[in-house]
Design a protein around this ligand. Structure first.
Ligand code: ADP
Length: 233
């Protein structure tokens, strides 16, 4: 399922022009890192992928779905969004319930929910913590719970908002393995990140935003090598 963004403009109700004409295409199965300084529009852009925000002008299509024309629920079956702060996302009493919630909510049969939940717990190495209360876990592991609770929905597209921020090296390696596994499954991954090493090591393509526009878009080495342009952002 590809992501098609065409001349996207977005102005917040307060008048802040966050996106100023973004056009890009992300093919099904591509892994893309999105970089750029704070306030460059990264989060605003990805929130258009699952319909959390609607274009002020221009359009966004997820496969054949124009985001303005379909419900957020319909988009949620196709685009998973892992929040930067897991505490905005977690609300169940156990890790297992949390991870099973999404696929159950999508209406999958119980057997499928069980398989997807087990697979997501295994991928995130949470298998032996399924009975724990997410809030008894460290913030590092809570982040893995938030990730697992999106992976279990088996969406074609997974958006990760600052996945490595505040994570120790073991957790960063775990997240990198998850991105690898998603690649092997043919999933599209879009990760907002400040972590240049993480971007370089795990993503073939990097898009750099600045002031609501695409500054650079291409192979990771090429984009991340343009330090002068990136420094301006
Ligand atoms: P990034 O993710 O790259 O840090 P954002 O998409 O969060 O950038 O922000 C882009 C611009 O939109 C910034 O100028 C920011 O201040 C503004 N902005 C973000 N969220 C809101 C909001 N809820 N209301 C008003 N302005 C916002």
């Amino acid at each position: 399922m590809n992501i098609h963004v065409e001349d996207l403009h977005y102005t917040y109700p307060g008048g802040e022009e966050a996106l100023r004409g973004i056009s890009l295409e992300i093919a099904a199965g591509e892994q893309v890192a999105m970089v750029g300084q704070n306030g460059s529009g990264k989060t605003t852009l990805v929130k258009h992928f699952n319909g959390l925000l609607q274009p002020t002008r221009g359009q966004v299509r997820i496969g054949s779905l124009e985001t303005r024309a379909v419900s957020v629920a319909r988009l949620a079956a196709n685009v998973g969004y892992v929040f930067q702060n897991p505490d905005e996302q977690l609300f169940c009493k156990t890790v297992g319930e949390e991870v099973a919630f999404g696929p159950r909510n999508l209406g999958f049969a119980p057997e499928k929910v069980a398989v997807l939940t087990a697979r997501a717990l295994e991928l995130t190495e949470l298998g032996d913590r399924a009975a724990s209360n997410p809030y008894d876990l460290s913030p590092t592991w809570r982040k893995m719970v938030a990730l697992a609770s999106i992976l279990s929905m088996d969406t074609a597209i997974v958006v990760l908002d600052e996945p490595t921020t505040g994570q120790d090296s073991a957790s960063v390696a775990r997240i990198a393995r998850t991105v690898d596994a998603l690649r092997a499954q043919g999933k599209t991954v879009v990760a907002i990140t400040h972590d240049i090493d993480f971007a370089a090591e795990n993503f073939a393509r990097v898009i750099a935003l600045g002031e609501g526009r695409v500054l650079l878009d291409g192979p990771a080495a090429e984009v991340l090598g343009q330090e002068e342009v990136l420094a301006q952002t």
